[in-house]
Design a protein around this ligand. Structure first.
Ligand code: KIV
Length: 267
C-alpha cells in the first residue's frame, strides 16, 4: 500500500529545497491522474465554483459542495496530501463554526488539512483550528473570497504599505500554527521576501519563481476553461480541442448511422 504524504514530509521539502508541486482537483478522475503522475499535494479549491460550476467567483460555493468534491478526490488518490478549501462564510463569522466546519472537512470528507484565506485578522481562527489537531494552510495576498474588498482580482502588495501588511500577514499565519501558506497574486520580490522570512513552505500562484512550491488550477493548465487566462498560467495541453473533436465525431457518427454498429449491440 502506498502511504499518503504527510504535512511533515511537505514541510521537510522546504528544508531540503525540493520544490513542492500542487494542483487543484475536484473529482475522482482528475485526482487519480495527477496522483498517479506523482503530484505532492492536491488542493480541492473553492475555485470549483468558477471552473466547474460556472459561477463568476468563489463566493457561492457551500461547505456541502466542498465535502462532496473532497470525497471524490480522496477516493481517487492514494499518495498525495489532500488539502481542501474552507468556502466563504464557513469560517469568517465565528471561531466555533470555523472549528466545526473544518472538522466536517476532515471527518466527513477525508481531507488531511484545510486551507483558509486571510492573514493577521484570521490568526486566532487558524490557531483555534490547529489547536484541535487539524492542519491548516494559510492563503494571503490576492485572496479571491475578498474580491469585493479588493475591487476585482488584482495583484496585491505593489505599494510599500500593502507589502508591509503582507509580510505581517505571513508572520501571523506562521505564528498561528499553519504548516504552509499560499501566496497568490503578489510581486515576485515580495514573495521571495516572505519565503525567506517564514520557516514554513510558501506555495505560489502568480507569485514568481522563488516560492517553495507552485499551485495552479488544473482546468487552466489543460486549457479546459477559457473564461479568463491570467498571465501567471502556463498551458500544458489543449484538452478542450480534443474533447470537442471527440464530441463532434460522435454527433456525426450517430447522424450518419455509423454508431452504434452490430459490434456495439447485444444479441
Ligand atoms: O481555490 C483555489 O483553487 C485556490 C488556489 C488558486 C490557490 O485557492
Amino acid at each position: 500500500m502506498v502511504a499518503r504524504k504527510t504535512i511533515l514530509q511537505i514541510m521537510a521539502m522546504k528544508e531540503r529545497q525540493e520544490k513542492i508541486t500542487v494542483l487543484t482537483a475536484y473529482d475522482y478522475p482528475f485526482a487519480k491522474l495527477m496522483d498517479e503522475a506523482g503530484i505532492d499535494m492536491i488542493l480541492v479549491g473553492d475555485s470549483v465554483g468558477s471552473v466547474v460550476s460556472g459561477y463568476e467567483n468563489t463566493l457561492p460555493v457551500t461547505l456541502d459542495e466542498m465535502i462532496y468534491h473532497t470525497r471524490a478526490v480522496v477516493r481517487g488518490s492514494r499518495q498525495a496530501l489532500i488539502v481542501t478549501d474552507m468556502p466563504f462564510m464557513s469560517y469568517q463569522a465565528d471561531i466555533r463554526d470555523a472549528r466545526l466546519n473544518a472538522g466536517r472537512l476532515i471527518k466527513e470528507a477525508g481531507a488531511q488539512a484545510i486551507k483558509l484565506e486571510g492573514g493577521e485578522h484570521m490568526a486566532a481562527t487558524i490557531r483555534a483550528i490547529v489547536d484541535i489537531d487539524i492542519p491548516v494552510v494559510g492563503h494571503i495576498g490576492l485572496t479571491p473570497q475578498s474580491v469585493h474588498r479588493m475591487g476585482g482580482f488584482r495583484v496585491q502588495g505593489r505599494e510599500e504599505e500593502q507589502a508591509r501588511k503582507i509580510i505581517a500577514d505571513a508572520k501571523a499565519v506562521e505564528a498561528a500554527g499553519a504548516f504552509a501558506m499560499v501566496l497568490e497574486g503578489i510581486p515576485r520580490d515580495l514573495a521571495r521576501q516572505v519565503t525567506e522570512t517564514v520557516t514554513i513552505p510558501t506555495i505560489g500562484i502568480g507569485a514568481g519563481v522563488d516560492c517553495d512550491g507552485q499551485v495552479l488550477v488544473i482546468h487552466d493548465i489543460l486549457g479546459l476553461c477559457d473564461k479568463y487566462s491570467p498571465k501567471f498560467v502556463k498551458r500544458y495541453a489543449d484538452v478542450s480541442g480534443i474533447i470537442t473533436e471527440g464530441i463532434e465525431a460522435y454527433i456525426k457518427d450517430v447522424k450518419e448511422q455509423k454508431f452504434p454498429t452490430p459490434k456495439h449491440s447485444f444479441k
